[in-house]
Design a protein around this ligand. Structure first.
Ligand SMILES: Nc1ncnc2c1ncn2[C@@H]1O[C@H](COP(=O)(O)OP(=O)(O)OP(=O)(O)OP(=O)(O)OC[C@H]2O[C@@H](n3cnc4c(N)ncnc43)[C@H](O)[C@@H]2O)[C@@H](O)[C@H]1O
Length: 278
């Protein structure tokens, strides 16, 4: 297992390649040739250079572990011909690259969750009743489907908000959809841990709803869950949960956090998308 003082966890990049290069060049990070990187997903889309971002992360080889986010799954769905590109998508550079098939193949082999040194990394969240081991086992079910020959059929079936809760008895596409929605899309839940997808603003505006990590009696107590996805929540540093989506494409910052001491390094980003248009 790698030394935890070498690990930097990086928030949502969404194709903002220049800020990523700038972040990796910061003295605390670039000064350590043994640095390893965990990426919280949403590597691509909406920002100006999704292709460059993917290539940069791929060039890090085994030094990089990137979990998949909803925008990464969206890219896979567009590449598979299942979804049409959205109006603010910036995926053409990847789709039209001569080695597009190789890039897509690399992406669909990324994990859905990663755990080491008492830190669990996912893109969006972990359902309150899931332990670390259960989360990793469920993530592995999706990973296996995405890596297998029927990966396109998984992507075809993943869309939709239902079911909003977990049941061990679920099987097939229902089961995989709940896992994908929790790990890559969830923000708010009700007090019973049922997911709600309409609220995208900061906590406190959802009536009876609460952030998934504040649902009472969460199973994971002794480990820190690190996630991104929620730019209107922004940087959150608690012993039990850390959010690293600091709204890079919306003109915010790109954030790196050192796993060993939770030191934060940030770079500013130019505004590439206007939140009021989404
Ligand atoms: N199972 C599945 N089912 C359905 N879709 C799936 C799926 N799996 C993958 N997908 C894919 O997911 C993709 C994205 O879906 P969207 O629904 O478009 O994504 P989003 O919630 O807007 O999330 P995003 O990841 O961009 O989050 P952010 O906090 O930055 O932004 C959130 C919001 O915050 C707002 N915001 C950000 N900064 C703000 C600011 N400073 N002020 C005000 N609002 C702000 C923005 O307007 C934005 O709308 C789709 O393309 C879809 O294909």
């Amino acid at each position: 297992m790698s030394n935890k003082s070498n690990i930097w966890i990086i928030g949502d990049i969404q194709g903002c390649c220049s800020p990523l290069a700038e972040l990796l060049a910061q003295p605390e990070i670039a000064g350590n040739p043994d640095a390893q990187f965990w990426f919280a997903g949403d590597l691509v889309n909406r920002g100006p250079n999704s292709l460059g971002t993917l290539r940069l992360i791929m060039s890090l080889g085994e030094r990089a572990i990137a979990v998949l986010g909803n925008h990464d799954l969206h890219l896979l769905a567009v590449a598979a011909g299942i979804k049409k590109p959205g109006k603010s998508d910036t995926l053409n550079g990847i789709l039209e690259a001569p080695d597009s098939a190789g890039l897509i193949d690399w992406l669909r082999r990324r994990p859905m969750a990663h755990y080491a040194h008492h830190h669990l990394l996912v893109h969006a969240g972990v359902l309150p009743k899931w332990s670390v081991n259960k989360t990793l086992a469920l993530a592995a079910e999706v990973e296996s489907a995405l890596r297998g020959p029927d990966w396109k059929s998984l992507l075809q079936k993943m869309y939709g908000n239902e079911p909003v809760r977990w049941k061990d008895a679920y099987n097939g596409s229902k089961r995989l959809r709940v896992i994908i929605n929790a790990l890559t899309r969830m923000r708010m839940c009700n007090s019973r841990g049922h997911m709600e997808f309409a609220q995208k603003g900061p906590p406190g505006h959802g009536g009876e709803l609460m952030p998934w990590f504040d649902v009472p009696n969460r199973a994971i107590r002794d480990d820190t869950i690190v996630f991104g996805h929620w730019s209107t929540l922004g940087l959150l540093l608690r012993p039990d949960v850390i959010c690293l989506d600091t709204g890079c494409i919306w003109g915010g910052k790109l954030t790196a956090l050192r796993l060993s001491d939770h030191k934060v390094v940030q770079v500013g980003c130019a505004q590439y998308q206007n939140p009021t248009e989404h």
